[in-house]
Design a protein around this ligand. Structure first.
Ligand SMILES: [Zn+2]
Length: 114
């Protein structure tokens, strides 16, 4: 998905303002990752203000592009797993819902600088 395709989807889903706030602060890397250049927290995950709460930016991106909340698994919301292992990446193609168990069972091949 290109940034423009993500923009069209986010706008159609009613999240134009949230998308534009995030889009201003991402940089498209040569390997396809969309690197968050805004505030980051623990482990390099990006954080953004969304619906009155500080939220993880990759989770917000997932919600606004797909136009739905992240699914629930048992009593918790599912993890969003980075297929690229780059924590600050917000590219929708690199983000996938996983149950907590599956996510924690995966190992990153190596640390990647973002
Ligand atoms: Zn990525």
């Amino acid at each position: 998905m290109t940034l423009e395709e993500a923009r069209v989807r986010a706008h159609a889903n009613g999240y134009a303002r949230a998308f534009e706030r995030i889009a201003k602060r991402i940089e498209i890397a040569a390997d396809g990752c969309w690197l968050w250049r805004g505030h980051t927290q623990r482990h390099g995950y990006g954080q953004v203000w969304f619906r009155g709460q500080a939220r993880w930016v990759h989770r917000v991106m997932f919600t606004i592009v797909h136009g739905r909340e992240i699914r629930r698994y048992r009593r918790k919301t599912m993890h969003i797993d980075h297929q690229c292992f780059v924590h600050r990446c917000v590219c929708p193609d690199h983000l996938q819902e996983r149950t907590p168990r599956k996510n924690s069972g995966r190992h990153r091949p190596k640390e990647r600088a973002a």
